[in-house]
Design a protein around this ligand. Structure first.
Ligand code: ZN
Length: 303
């Protein structure tokens, strides 16, 4: 238990990853949700993505959202970008941090962006350079890190190889994404263990999905290895594009609720977060999968 950190940093990805996988919602609702989240004490928010509006209409208003939100200094906002063109839009808009994504699975990468993993990594090298020239940090997200909907399991050596290339090209941090919820604690130990032995000090963020119910178990497995940076989505916003009706991201309030009772600091106010989750549910107009949103915190008593 000794490696379990006493503080973690949660990145709220509901406004981007979550809403990108829901029916489009009004710009003003997004702005209010982000402001509500930034008031919970959360320190990192993935706010928007700069993608082609024709490809992803849910994010067509990225500039308006970014310029419409309050941006308190205590919160670090980021945007996902698909390529150099998107990166330039994000940099022009004044984002302090960008994330760029590549799939460890070649087939998944080709289906997504019509090029090989290797070709995407070449592009990413120029995105990192451009970001650094403008004083902005760049995280490389390795998607399908625990498996691919087309190829099945992706070997740990391949995933670490993709991360290795990104680190060599100057990535400021790496994030492993469990795109389709195929991770289990054993697989978390093996990938994170392998990465950590190669890069003991490289900032590492993990992005789990609860598609098969193992989301928080995977977080616990990663905590045991000393990982401190996790993504989560308020209310569990977002779904799994490869499994209609299945849940996607782990819910932020479930993560905060669990670790708070383990004595791990997040800086997040749980009640305010649950209120934000209720808001998110209202905005998308469907019941969200978060169980802490349904049941409330464990200390809630019945009158
Ligand atoms: Zn996700």
């Amino acid at each position: 238990m000794s490696d379990i950190p006493d503080r973690i940093s949660v990145r709220e990805v509901g406004p981007r990853d979550g809403l990108q996988n829901e029916k489009p919602v009004p710009t003003q609702d997004k702005i209010e949700l982000i402001d509500r989240l930034s008031a919970t004490g959360i320190r990192r928010i993935e706010a928007v993505s700069f993608v082609r509006p024709q490809a992803i209409p849910q994010m067509a208003d990225a500039d308006e959202v970014w310029h419409g939100i309050e941006r308190p200094d205590r919160v670090r906002y980021s945007a996902l970008v698909p390529n150099l063109r998107g990166a330039r839009r994000a940099l022009d808009a004044g984002l302090p941090e960008i994330e760029v994504v590549v799939s460890a699975s070649d087939t998944h990468n080709r289906k997504n962006v019509n090029r090989s993993t290797e070709e995407s990594l070449d592009d990413i090298a120029s995105v990192i350079d451009e970001a650094h020239q403008r004083g902005v940090t760049c995280q490389v997200i390795v998607a399908t890190a625990w498996g691919c909907p087309y190829e099945g399991d992706v070997p740990v050596s391949r995933v670490v190889g993709v991360a290795r290339r990104a680190v060599a090209d100057g990535a400021d941090s790496i994030s492993f994404g469990d795109t389709t919820g195929m991770a289990t604690p054993g697989r978390v130990w093996s990938l994170v263990g392998e990465f950590r032995s190669a890069y003991p000090d490289m900032p590492l963020n993990l992005h789990f999905h609860n598609t098969r119910g193992a989301g928080l178990a995977n977080v616990l497995a990663a905590l045991e290895l000393g990982v401190t940076d996790f993504d989560a989505s308020v209310g569990g916003l977002g779904g799994c594009p490869y499994a209609p009706g299945a849940s996607g991201n782990i819910a932020t309030e479930e993560l905060v609720h669990m670790v708070a009772d383990m004595g791990i600091e997040t800086g997040v106010e749980l009640d305010a977060l649950i209120d934000a989750a209720a808001d998110a549910e209202r905005i998308v107009g469907r019941e969200l999968p978060s169980q802490v949103l349904r049941a409330g915190p464990r200390t809630r008593t019945v009158h």
